[in-house]
Ligand binder design. Structure first.
Ligand SMILES: Cc1cc2nc3c(=O)[nH]c(=O)nc-3n(C[C@H](O)[C@H](O)[C@H](O)COP(=O)(O)OP(=O)(O)OC[C@H]3O[C@@H](n4cnc5c(N)ncnc54)[C@H](O)[C@@H]3O)c2cc1C
Length: 388
C-alpha cells in the first residue's frame, strides 16, 4: 500500500482521499486554511446562531444519482429550492423587485402584461428580440437577439458588467447558448432532479467524508513542493499556476469581497437578492438564514458581494478563461504533463468553474482511474480531467 498527499481539504481532496483510503492507502491531507471544506465551508455565527456560507452561497443540485447518494451518505439533506430575486428598473425606469431567472412572472410584471405562455413567447421573439442581428458575435448581441433591449438592460447588462468587470460587448456570444427565458412560472433556479441543503452545513459533510482511520488532516499548512518527495504521489487542488510559482504568468481570476453586516429580524425576505443596475456597486446580497428555513433565528447575517479582478494574495474564485487565459493555460498544461508525481485536480488545479456535484463526480472518476493505473503499474496522469 502507498501513501498519498492531498493538497487541499475541499471537496476534491476529501473525495479522492476517502476513495483511496478505503482502498487501503494512507492519506495525508493539508490545507492552508484554518478549516476543512474549501470554498464550501459553512460555520455557525456565534452571535446569531445562523449557519453562514463563508465563501458565498452554495446550493447543492445535481442530476447525478451516484453523487446524490454519496452526499446523502455523509449528511442529512433537506429540500431546498433556490429562488432568486433581483432589484432592477422596469422599461419606464421605475425600480422594482422581479423574479429570476426571467420567467413568465418576470415578463408580466416587468411589461405590466397578463400574457399566457404562447403569447409571451410571441411577444418576446417578435416584438422584443432584435431580429436585425443575424449573426451575433458578442454576449450583448446574443442577448439583444434573444430578448431585446429592455430585458437585456434590466437583467443581463449591469449584472454581467459588475460580475466580469467588462462590457457584455467584450464577451463571447457563446456564454448565452439558448434563450435565457422561461415561458412558465417556474422560478426554481436550477433544473436538476436532486436539490437540497445539508442540514448541518457543508463542512460537517466534508468532515464525515474525511473521517476515516487512514486519513490524517493538517490545517494551517501551506504545501511546498519539497514535501512531495515524502509521498508516493500528490493530488494538488491548489492553483495550477501556483504549483509552478507563476513562472509563466498568472492565470486570471475574479475574486469576491464580502461586506458582512448583521440585522435584527428579516433583512430582505429571501436568501439571494441580485442588483441589476450597474451603479449599485455590489452584485447581490445574501441573507444566510434563508438557506435554512427549518431554523429560526432573530438575528440575521448578510453579505454584500462585490466582484473584481483577483490580485496576488486574493482568493481566486472564478476563472476568467478568455482567449488570453486559455493560451497561458495551455502552456501550464504542457508543463504539468511533463511533471512527474503529481495529479492536478479540482476547480483550481484544472482552472475551471465546477459546481459541487461536478467536483464530486470528477473526484470519484479521478480516484478510480488513478487506482486502475496504479493496479496496472501505469504512470499516473497529470490530469484525469482535461483543463482545456
Ligand atoms: C462564490 C461561489 C459560489 C458557489 N456556489 C455554488 C453553488 O451554489 N452550488 C454548487 O454546486 N457549487 C458552487 N460553487 C462551486 C464550489 O465552491 C466548488 O465546486 C468546490 O469548492 C470545489 O472544491 P475543490 O476542492 O475543487 O476546491 P476548493 O473548495 O477551492 O478547495 C481547495 C482547497 O485547497 C487549499 N489549497 C490551495 N492551495 C494550497 C496550498 N498550496 N497549500 C495548502 N492548501 C492549499 C485551499 O485553501 C482550499 O481549501 C461556488 C463557488 C464559488 C466560488
Amino acid at each position: 500500500m502507498a501513501s498519498f498527499l492531498m493538497v487541499g481539504a475541499g471537496l476534491s481532496g476529501a473525495v479522492i482521499g476517502r476513495h483511496l483510503a478505503e482502498a487501503g492507502h494512507d492519506i495525508a491531507v493539508v490545507d492552508a486554511r484554518t478549516h476543512i471544506g474549501g470554498n464550501c465551508h459553512t460555520e455557525r455565527d456565534p452571535e446569531t446562531g445562523v449557519l453562514v456560507h463563508v465563501y458565498g452561497p452554495h446550493i447543492f443540485h445535481t442530476d447525478d444519482a451516484e453523487v446524490w447518494d454519496y452526499v446523502n451518505a455523509h449528511a442529512t439533506f433537506l429540500p431546498y429550492k433556490n429562488r432568486v430575486k433581483t432589484t432592477s428598473r422596469d422599461p419606464e425606469g421605475a425600480l422594482g423587485v422581479f423574479s429570476l431567472p426571467v420567467n413568465l412572472h418576470t415578463i408580466n410584471q416587468f411589461f405590466r402584461r397578463t400574457l399566457r405562455p404562447e403569447e409571451a413567447h410571441a411577444f418576446i421573439t417578435t416584438e422584443q428580440a432584435d431580429t436585425s442581428i443575424a449573426d451575433p458575435q458578442t454576449f450583448e448581441e446574443q442577448a439583444l437577439r434573444f430578448v431585446g433591449r429592455d430585458l437585456y438592460e434590466a437583467f443581463f447588462k449591469g449584472y454581467t458588467m459588475k460580475q466580469w468587470g467588462c462590457h457584455p460587448s467584450e464577451l463571447p456570444a457563446s456564454i448565452l447558448k439558448r434563450l435565457p427565458v422561461r415561458f412558465n412560472y417556474d422560478d426554481n433556479y436550477f433544473f436538476h432532479r436532486f436539490q437540497g441543503m445539508p442540514e448541518q452545513g457543508y463542512t460537517a459533510m466534508i468532515e464525515s467524508i474525511l473521517d476515516h482511520p487512514r486519513i490524517s488532516v493538517t490545517l494551517e499548512t501551506v504545501f511546498d513542493r519539497s514535501q512531495a518527495g515524502d509521498y508516493d504521489h500528490v493530488f494538488y487542488s491548489g492553483p495550477l499556476d501556483g504549483w509552478f510559482d507563476y513562472e509563466l504568468g498568472r492565470l486570471g481570476y475574479r475574486t469576491l469581497d464580502f461586506e458582512r453586516f448583521t440585522y435584527q429580524g428579516d433583512y430582505q425576505g429571501c436568501a439571494v437578492m441580485n442588483y441589476g443596475e450597474v451603479d449599485v456597486p455590489y452584485t447581490r446580497i445574501t441573507e444566510h438564514k434563508h438557506f435554512a428555513p427549518w431554523e429560526s433565528h432573530e438575528g440575521s447575517v448578510c453579505y454584500r458581494e462585490f466582484s473584481r479582478a483577483a490580485e496576488p494574495g486574493d482568493i481566486p474564485y472564478y476563472p476568467i478563461r478568455q482567449v488570453k487565459e486559455k493560451a497561458l493555460l495551455s502552456d501550464y498544461v504542457a508543463r504539468a504533463e511533463t511533471t512527474p508525481g503529481v495529479t492536478f485536480v479540482g476547480r483550481l488545479g484544472t482552472y475551471r468553474y465546477l459546481d459541487m456535484d461536478v467536483s464530486i463526480r470528477e473526484a470519484l472518476d479521478t480516484a478510480r482511474a488513478f487506482a486502475a493505473d496504479l493496479g496496472a503499474a501505469r504512470t499516473p496522469r497529470a490530469f484525469y480531467q482535461a483543463p482545456l
